[in-house]
Design a protein around this ligand. Sequence first.
Ligand code: HEM
Length: 506
Amino acid sequence: MLQSFEPSAPSTVLAIAFLAFIAGFIRRRYLLWHIPSVGFTAPLFTYLTALEFQHRSDQLIQEGYDKYKPGLFKIPLWNHWIVVATSPQLIEDIRKAADDVLSSHEAFYYVRLFQTKYNIGEDILENNHHIRVIQTQLTRQIAATLDDVHEEVVMAVADAISVNDGGGWIRVSHVQEVIRGIIARTSSRRFVGEPLCRNEHYHQANLDFATYFGEDGKMINNFPRFMKPLAAFMYSHTKTHILSQMKFIQPLVEDRRRKQKELGDNWQGKPNDLLMWIMDEVSVKGDEPTLWDLARRICLVNFAAISTTAASCTHALYYIAANREYVEPLRKEIEAAVAADGWTKSALQKMHKLDSFLRESQRMRGVHVLTLMRSALKPFTFSDGTTIPAGTLVACTSRALHHDDEIYPDADEFKGFRFSSLREQEGQSTKHQMVAIDQEYLAFGLGRHACPGRFFAASMLQQVVAHILVTYDVEFPDGQSIPSDTFLAESCIPGEVDLLFRKREV
Ligand code: HEM
């Protein structure tokens, strides 16, 4: 006789969870069925592609670009697909879309990377004071504060690369770490001022925050939405690292509050840095910012600013060491501009060759493989007629686009003065600057959420690289050259190699 089947409670739960998983998978696939795929598409096998994406995102995306340009393609990630746009026209569609249709915040902070809502707090996105002060004061004051930054660059570089005056090469290992230290210190001079900008423990606290913010985001991302608050509560370390950063800014904030109360508008020598601007910005709204809130914002700005700029700077140094023929023309240009105007913004603006070198280095090896990551809050139809449903993650191929011969002739070849030559043409003097963005140059994103810190980043990169060029000779040790990049999902990290530095003989 046939026994009646009586399921146990755990097996029922497992079965329901499995069926829900399969139903979700089929639904997601069905809704994106019309978009061609890269990698495996069968249930469960998609995880193999998701795994591959962690370390070979560049190759998977290049494959999609080669096969499906000028259209769209999709790649499976752990718990969703990402739809990738390959042509300037589709990129323009994404740029133009309103925030309530394709949302950058939803993509970065909830769906994909950082899960900010769960580990830092949602309110930080609604009142984005830190982004506003980057767009306004930080950018506007680049010229007025260039002296400070230059002074810090000179000290930071001398401390990090301690060559002997008597000549002779020294070997610097962990170049990216060394550069990150220089960039952290230089940018912190504008973010929190002296002497905190030189405190290594403070920089370590910011670095720890960055590491855990990224890691925790990935961890929380693996949980279904309803379990994310619990996952963040139990496993996230991000808050601990904000608390340790808070200890560093607390004396500064308390001292500034006291002086603000005592001196008000008569406060001579009021600090002119990002921390002060954020404090003022919040106070204008009638609130006294909490220490926690200030610490979160400083952590987030450091997170956005330092590793990105350090990676760009490292790549530029690698290209200098690998292409010695650029050194003399660059030095000549820098020295002529500084002789005429000193270390000022107008001198930097005259350094077209250096600007071009940095832009080309970033074109060849940008910090991201994909940019303009957006999440569809409503169904969205591209200009080619393709519709994606609400909930779909979209992005644009920056690296593949930057290596397209149809857009950049001999795209795989490093041509340091590619952009300065273009700037010499009639009407093109600003179009090809380091900070210029369009549908064919996506290193800083595009549209409303394009990187607001790019003017500051470009100025810092120019100053650090110009100072290194006129102070040192830089070479690879024998037999070494630019190492392959490492890919961590959509991020690109410069490979590790030692560099040789020697005091330049003038
Ligand atoms: C070479 C260095 C840098 C690179 C390559 C870079 C790249 C980017 C990219 C690709 C985006 C996303 C744009 C989009 O989705 O359309 C972004 C956003 C952002 N970046 Fe940068 N960035 C750099 C330096 C900086 C610096 C120095 C700061 C701060 C001073 C900064 C602050 C930000 C912020 C706050 C956002 C988010 C903007 C928003 O959500 O509206 N970045 N950056």
